[in-house]
Design a protein around this ligand. Structure first.
Ligand SMILES: [Zn+2]
Length: 311
C-alpha cells in the first residue's frame, strides 16, 4: 500500500467550489539560513509580537519575531507558478500565461489552490477562485533578543546617490533561527497535496522584496488529517519552546496528540507517525511533474471552473 493512501480520508476526488471539512495540516520548521529581514515595508524594524514565553510560563511575556502569513504565501505561490511554468514547458503543453499579480489565468493548479481574483487585464467575467491552502503567521521558537542582529550602514541619499552622513540600522534575524509553522489544506485532491509538498520543499527564498538574505529551508515534521484544524502555529511554538532540545518528529506527534481531545471531531483525526510522515514526503516528492499529472491537474481546474459557473 502506498503511504499516500493514508491521506485518502482527508482528500477529495476532484476540486470543488463548495468545500467540505476535510483538512490536512502540514507541520513544519522553517529554518532561516541567512540574515533575513522579516519586516513590513514601511519600517526598518523586525515584525515582533508579544507572546507568552511558553505554555508553562504563560505569565511571562516575551517578544517573538513574526514570519507573516502573507510573506510565506507570496513566496510559495510564486514557487508553484515557476514549477508549473517549467514543467508544462518541459511537457510541451500549451497553457495560458499566469503570473502574479495582475495576470492570473484562473485555469491552472496554482490559481485553483491559492485562489485567484479576476482582474482588469485578466478575465473580467470569471468568478473568483477561493483559496484552499491556508497560511498563518509563524512565531520564532526563541525570543527576539536571542535571534536579532542589527547592522549599521551608510544610508544612501536617494536624490544624488551619494553616501551621506546619515547612518541607518538594518535589523535581521540571524541564521539558524527556526519558525515552527503550519500550512493547512482544505478539500484538496491528492495531486494538490503532492504539489503543495513539492512547493514547500522547493521554496527556499523569502526575501524577494528586500533583496537581502531570505534563504530558508522548510522541513516537514508532522502531518495531521482531520475534519478541522487541530493546532495553531502559536500553540506549536509555545509547546516546542519547552522541548527545544528535542525537536523531532516524535515530539511533534506527542504535541499534536495533546490537542486531539480539544477538537470537535476527535474520531476523525489521524496524527501521522514520524515514519509515516517521512514515507508520505518521500512518495510525494518522487511523483514526477510529468505530462499525465499536469494534464489531469489542468483538466480538474477546468471542470472546477465550469462547475462554478453553473452555480
Ligand atoms: Zn493560474
Amino acid at each position: 500500500m502506498s503511504s499516500l493512501d493514508l491521506l485518502k480520508s482527508y482528500t477529495v476526488e476532484k476540486p470543488q467550489p463548495l468545500i467540505g471539512a476535510k483538512t490536512i495540516q502540514i507541520l513544519m520548521m522553517r529554518e532561516i539560513l541567512d540574515y533575513t529581514v522579516l519586516r513590513t515595508e514601511e519600517t526598518r524594524e523586525l515584525n515582533t509580537v508579544a507572546t507568552p514565553l511558553s505554555l508553562k510560563n504563560g505569565d511571562v511575556t516575551t517578544m517573538r519575531v513574526a514570519f507573516l502569513a502573507t510573506k510565506q504565501k507570496a513566496a510559495e505561490s510564486r514557487k508553484l507558478e515557476q514549477m508549473l511554468r517549467t514543467a508544462t514547458e518541459d511537457a510541451r503543453m500549451d497553457i495560458t500565461e499566469c503570473f502574479l499579480k495582475d495576470n492570473l489565468c484562473l485555469e491552472c493548479p496554482r490559481c485553483a489552490l491559492f485562489g485567484a481574483t479576476s482582474t482588469e487585464s485578466g478575465r473580467q467575467n470569471r468568478a473568483n477562485i477561493k483559496h484552499r491552502i491556508a497560511y498563518s503567521t509563524a512565531f520564532s521558537l526563541l525570543p527576539f533578543e536571542e535571534i536579532e542582529s542589527s547592522t549599521t550602514f551608510n544610508a544612501i541619499n536617494d536624490r544624488n546617490q551619494t553616501t551621506g552622513q546619515a547612518l541607518g540600522t538594518r535589523y535581521a534575524v540571524v541564521p539558524a533561527t527556526v519558525f515552527p509553522s503550519i500550512v493547512s489544506l482544505r478539500s484538496v485532491t491528492l495531486t494538490e497535496f503532492v504539489l503543495s509538498i513539492k512547493t514547500l520543499l522547493a521554496c527556499k527564498s523569502y526575501g524577494a522584496e528586500s533583496r537581502i538574505g531570505g534563504d530558508v529551508r522548510n522541513s516537514v515534521f508532522g502531518i495531521i488529517g482531520g475534519w478541522e484544524e487541530v493546532i495553531t502555529p502559536l500553540e506549536l511554538t509555545l509547546e516546542l519552546y519547552e522541548q527545544q532540545d528535542n525537536l523531532s518528529g516524535e515530539t511533534f506527534k506527542t504535541i499534536a496528540e495533546k490537542y486531539r481531545p480539544m477538537t470537535g471531531n476527535p474520531d476523525h483525526i489521524t496524527i501521522f507517525s514520524p515514519e509515516q510522515v517521512d514515507q508520505v514526503i518521500k512518495e510525494a516528492t518522487e511523483i514526477p511533474l510529468d505530462k499525465s499529472l499536469l494534464e489531469q491537474s489542468y483538466k480538474d481546474v477546468g471542470e472546477y471552473v465550469s462547475e462554478q459557473q453553473k452555480k
